[in-house]
Design a protein around this ligand. Structure first.
Ligand code: PRP
Ligand code: URA
Length: 212
């Protein structure tokens, strides 16, 4: 895959280990859900390392000191429904007060084009760091449309975090939205003729929610 300045691919044995189990067709729904959350937490640690901070005064038992804390109300998570919902708790473990906006989209199975069916975003989202989450970045259509929608609402600091990315999808989002930082734990080989990622993990939504 071409290299992009705005794309970070994680190269960590712990993440690789968990992704390997996630891919396994024998991994059941409960374990799948837990792994999605754990991988998300590990990725969030890195992808929000430039989270807005403030200086605060803290009094230790010995003296007063100036310390760094995460700025209140500065992060917003936006899962792309459905599968993105599986990642929300993984971010909340580290950023428990992050507000959550929802964008509902499904891919038209024939055209592979995303169709928006729901959008509810927190007030003031335009002033926050927005972390769009979706475990699968396949053609990139859903991510691009979600980012477009957020930009129309005035969002300026947008990040996209996906567990598995296809080269086609990463390239599409990275070139369409060069101002958006993209984080993927791994880049897979290719898409098949149905727009599924190979080797991938199958349909993330179905595996998270047991719908197939
Ligand atoms: C999946 C996935 C992404 C999208 C990725 O959702 O969760 O949102 O496909 O594909 P793209 O990059 O080609 O747009 P899906 O349409 O299967 O809906 P679901 O989450 O409700 O199962
Ligand atoms: N959506 C999924 O859930 N899996 C894929 O491989 C591609 C899109």
């Amino acid at each position: 895959m071409k290299q992009f300045k705005n794309v970070v691919v994680f190269d960590h044995p712990l993440i690789k280990h968990k992704v390997a189990i996630l891919r396994d067709e024998n991994t059941d729904m409960k374990k799948f859900r837990e792994l999605v959350e754990e991988i998300t937490t590990l990725m969030t640690y890195e992808s929000l390392k430039d989270a807005p901070t403030v200086q605060v005064k803290v009094k230790t038992p010995l003296e007063e000191t100036e310390q760094t804390m995460i700025k209140e109300n500065s992060i917003c998570i936006v899962p792309i429904l459905r599968a993105g919902l599986g990642m929300v708790n993984g971010v909340h473990v580290l950023f428990p007060t992050a507000k959550v906006g929802h964008i509902g989209m499904y891919r038209n199975e024939k055209t592979l084009e995303p169709v928006v069916y729901y959008c509810k975003l927190p007030e003031g989202i335009d002033k926050k760091v927005v972390l769009v989450i979706d475990p699968m970045l396949a053609t990139g259509g859903s991510a691009c449309d979600a980012i477009d929608l957020l930009k129309q609402r005035g969002c300026k600091r947008i990040k996209l975090m996906s567990i598995i990315g296809a080269p086609e999808g990463i390239e599409r989002v990275a070139t369409t939205h060069p101002d958006v930082n993209i984080y993927v734990s791994t880049v897979d080989r290719q898409l098949n003729e149905h727009g599924y990622i190979l080797p991938g993990l199958g349909d993330a939504g179905d595996r998270l929610f047991g719908t197939k």
